[in-house]
Design a protein around this ligand. Sequence first.
Ligand code: ATP
Ligand code: SF4
Length: 250
Amino acid sequence: GKGGVGKSTITTELALSLRHSGRKVGILDVDLCGPSIPRMFKVQDNDVHQCDSGWVPVFVDQDKSISLMSIGFLLEKPDDAVVWRGPKKNALIKQFVADVAWGDLDFLIVDTPPGTSDEHISTVEALRPYKPLGAILVTTPQAVSVGDVRRELTFCKKTGLRVLGIVENMSGFVCPHCSECTNIFSKGGGEELAKHAGVPFLGSVPLDPQLSQSLEEGRDFIQEFPKSSAFPALAHIAQQILDGTSPRSS
Ligand SMILES: Nc1ncnc2c1ncn2[C@@H]1O[C@H](COP(=O)(O)OP(=O)(O)OP(=O)(O)O)[C@@H](O)[C@H]1O
Ligand code: SF4
């Protein structure tokens, strides 16, 4: 829903958690005006190239267990601005879905921009033939962010997209000295909304300086910081996705 609530963060950590469980994951970054996935994996200087079956995505590691596609890899300079109208965005998203040599993935996670705009409609339409599992909605605990997620719920209903659940991010800060939890942005808004809307609540991820530092430096938070405050919630979210899906058969 809202900008800056942690959609790319949850996308990144979910992909890392699923890889940790032995799954092959692709990430499609359809945030055309503010792509942040390449930077979060520290592969922002990579380019994509063409092969017979389409664009080859950028692989994060040697074993090719995480592959990425983002407009960030197609820009000449990282600071180039994408000022496009809907039809051009629609055409690129269609290409991202159909013309990328994703290979044999267990999961494709799509990271979206805020709102319910051209990118969202194009993505849902382009993915429809592949029968997407559903949407994960990310909010912070405050009413202003929860309100935006309410609009996303309506969008999902209108477009027939199943809601896998709601994640409440930046939900409290656990002091690294005394483990006291301070609810900086209040608490519980996401969980309440999930209850009210009758969709699963996937968990509360606290503000965690080790998480933001890992993302800044493109490090594998799931592997390197299993004792940090955000780890259990992130692992639990991934487990619920694994428990609730059978990707090979869908
Ligand atoms: N739980 C968390 N703990 C600490 N930092 C976090 C947490 N979640 C997100 N952040 C930080 O907040 C910032 C915004 O997160 P992110 O880019 O994931 O948001 P977004 O919703 O994808 O933004 P946009 O709407 O611009 O696409 C990032 O710098 C990220 O490192
Ligand atoms: S919560 Fe307590 S220990 Fe942690 S920073 Fe605040 S005063 Fe210090």
